[in-house]
Design a binder for this molecule. Structure first.
Ligand SMILES: NC(=O)c1ccc[n+]([C@@H]2O[C@H](COP(=O)([O-])OP(=O)(O)OC[C@H]3O[C@@H](n4cnc5c(N)ncnc54)[C@H](OP(=O)(O)O)[C@@H]3O)[C@@H](O)[C@H]2O)c1
Length: 292
């Protein structure tokens, strides 16, 4: 059984992926400060600490999710974003190159690297915020490892045990009845986190390599269409939601308007169609129905 190490194990995607991999005996889960059972704390921006962690655990596969993911925080603290997103990946990649060349590195990247009329294929990157730029630099370090997989993703979750996900936000806004804009000028093709976790496990097991867009199959949709569809499925009133523009939201970091990814290369590599956004929305509705 290969020894697996997941960074960012306590995050939104990491907690879902950790559950999918729980049955594997040799699993090390790593986080920065969220102390949880079975989680090892390590600041991956600390080079000696990270090298110590890797030397002690000797992973055969590193699934590197940890990142500074808040786009606006990255914009206001670019050095911290660089350290967390690029340099931490550099440290892991250089440990593999120097100490464990057979180790596989699976790096989770983002659809924020695209900013052109989509769907964008893998070579059409155009980073326009610090988050996207530092994640791309992270990709470059990951690709130095001979056995690398770079998955550019976007995902959503209904509700995680930590209270994250879109459902609590929608419920709160729908109940408060305060006017809430939904961006009709931002397009994406995100997967449900559960669907993405299954695909990451598949990428591990099938030894899928290279740089791949792992988003939802189909044409994608605007954020406004996505949230309206979720509200409908959850049976929540939508009278206080209105179509707005991301340009009017006063966000510190620039947001690409079209992050839709062409997933044909991934569908070829996985040997099947990827799930659709509608399937992800159905999953959210089913989870919500079970919780109600
Ligand atoms: N969220 C999205 O919609 C989205 C979209 C596209 C791509 N992605 C990519 O998907 C991956 C996972 O995102 P997420 O939203 O699940 O992340 P998240 O919820 O923001 O969680 C971040 C995780 O990284 C850990 N972490 C952050 N800085 C660290 C450091 N210096 N050292 C060690 N651990 C550190 C955090 O630990 P603590 O819990 O201890 O702080 C946490 O486990 C990221 O690589 C992100 O770029 C996310």
């Amino acid at each position: 059984m290969p020894k697996l190490l997941i960074t960012g194990a306590t995050g939104l995607l990491g907690s879902v992926l950790s559950s999918s991999l729980d049955h594997r005996s040799a699993l090390t889960r790593v986080a920065l400060r969220t102390a949880a059972a079975g989680v090892r704390l390590c600041d991956l921006t600390d080079v000696p600490a990270t090298r110590r962690l890797l030397a002690e655990t000797q992973p055969d596969i590193v699934v590197h999710l940890a990142a500074m993911t808040n786009v606006d925080a990255c914009e206001s603290a670019p050095d911290a974003a660089y350290a967390a997103n690029a340099r931490a990946t550099q440290t892991i990649a250089e440990w593999v190159l120097s100490d464990s060349p057979a180790t596989r590195l699976i790096y989770i990247s983002t659809d924020q690297v695209y900013d052109a009329p989509g769907p964008s294929s893998e070579e059409r990157v155009s980073p326009h915020n610090i988050y996207a730029l530092t994640k791309l630099w992270g990709e470059d370090h990951a690709r130095r490892v001979s056995r690398h997989t770079v998955l550019r993703v976007n995902f959503f979750a209904g509700q995680t045990p930590g209270g994250k996900g879109i459902v609590p936000w929608l419920v709160e806004k729908a109940n408060a009845k305060t006017p809430t804009p939904l961006f009709s000028d931002v397009l994406f093709n995100a997967l449900h986190a559960e669907h993405l976790a299954v695909l990451i496990v598949e990428a591990i097991d099938l030894d899928i390599s290279g740089t791949l867009n792992v988003g939802a199959s189909g044409p994608g949709m605007s954020k406004a269409a996505f949230y309206r569809s979720a509200l409908r499925r959850l049976g929540l009133p939508d009278g206080n939601f209105y179509d707005g523009s991301v340009a009017d939201a006063g966000l510190a970091g620039y947001r690409p308007r079209d992050m839709r990814m062409d997933v044909s290369k991934a569908e070829c590599a996985f040997g099947h169609a990827l799930p659709t956004m509608d399937e992800g929305l159905d999953l959210i509705a089913a989870e919500y129905g079970r919780a109600a």
